[in-house]
Design a protein around this ligand. Structure first.
Ligand code: HMG
Ligand code: MG
Length: 298
């Protein structure tokens, strides 16, 4: 069966904007997040406390976070290491996310570490966050395919999921970073995770729409009991360290499907479309979301 309610984890301001060629002014990002909060979204990933040379688009995290911190929504932020955690905690962040990789190639490209070195880097981050009742999400990239290594073996993915949970992560986000997953592969991975004792309640899915499979993959995950879905307003996004990745599943496309299924999200689709049209004007190109296009005159 399908869930009655889906928790949408909005990543446009982080996963979306980190991949824009142009750096969006801090005030525009803050206004984007404020508008997203008014659509009824409850979890809006705000930014990353990473090295500014690695992701220059998010180098303004110290200015942006305080500008939105008073909104009545959850505002998780990415932190790769203790330095990032220090920066986030100094601004009062209550939700952080570490981001691991299922493959060695992407761990190297994204974190300058092996998979195990990256996990070792996260361990004190998770321990310190948990000691302060700060919740921790564990992203896992390249859960399906990797641009350098090809298809990723399921046991390899399960192993890193277990490591993230064992170190104390509260939830996981299974990333199809380059958007190559198909429903059968999603079902196989979720089955393997269930068999490895990972409760479905801690699993979120994070699909990119490179091959147009993000919604089919999402529906498959919902049928398997997943209730947390990552998406990006207007379909913004990609990943600067994974060349072939296009945008995330668009939040509008997700909400349209969920509404049709009678699944509650709390999101006002009209307001969300208006927000993505406004953002698209700032970025100088139309939203790639089919739903945004259908419901607007872009
Ligand atoms: P490194 O070069 O190995 O860093 O990078 P290091 O630990 O050797 O430190 C070098 C210098 O950086 C030091 O300064 C540190 O203080 C400084 P120095 O002593 O030389 O003056 N430094 C920092 N400064 C500010 N903030 C920090 C920080 N850390 C170290 N947090 C590092 C390692 C992890 C820092 C780097 O690789 C990095 O920042 N990577 C981030 C990459 C990234 O953000 N990628 C995108 C997010 S992942 C994603 O999009 C996928 C996802 O959406 C899911 C999916 O789709 O799959 C989540
Ligand atoms: Mg992503």
């Amino acid at each position: 069966g399908l869930p009655e309610r889906v928790r949408i984890y909005e990543v446009g301001a982080r996963d979306g904007l980190q991949n824009e060629k142009a750096t969006v002014p801090t005030e525009v990002k803050a206004e984007f997040i404020r508008r997203l909060a008014r659509t009824g979204l409850e979890i809006i990933e705000a930014t990353s406390f990473v090295h500014p040379k690695w992701v220059p688009q998010l180098a303004d995290a110290e200015q942006l976070y305080p500008a939105v911190a008073d909104l009545p929504v959850e505002l998780p932020v990415l932190v790769p290491n203790e330095r990032g955690l220090d920066r986030a905690l100094a601004l009062g962040a209550r939700r952080v996310a570490v981001f691991a990789s299922a493959t060695e190639s992407f761990a190297k490209a994204n974190l300058n570490r092996t998979v195990d070195e990256a996990l070792a880097m996260f361990e004190p981050v998770v321990a310190r966050a948990k000691a302060q009742q700060v919740s921790v999400r564990g992203y896992l990239s390249m859960c399906f395919g990797d641009p350098w290594e090809g298809p990723v073996p399921i046991p390899q993915v399960v192993k890193v999921c277990r490591a993230l949970l064992d170190m104390g992560c509260d939830e996981l986000s299974l990333g199809d970073t380059i958007g190559v997953a198909t429903p059968g592969h999603v079902q196989a991975l979720l089955t393997a995770l269930r068999e490895a004792g990972v409760p479905v309640s801690v699993i979120g899915v994070h699909f990119h729409d490179t091959y147009g499979q993000a919604l089919s993959n999402t529906l498959t995950a919902l049928q398997q009991g997943v209730t947390t879905v990552d998406s990006s307003a207007g379909g913004l996004g990609g990943c600067p360290y994974a060349k072939s990745a296009t945008g995330n599943l668009a939040t509008e496309d997700l909400v349209w499907m969920l509404q049709g299924l009678g699944i509650r999200t709390g999101v006002d689709l009209g307001r969300l479309v208006a927000t993505s049209v406004w953002m698209a004007a700032h970025l100088g190109r139309p939203s790639p979301s089919r739903t945004v296009r259908a419901l607007s005159h872009q």
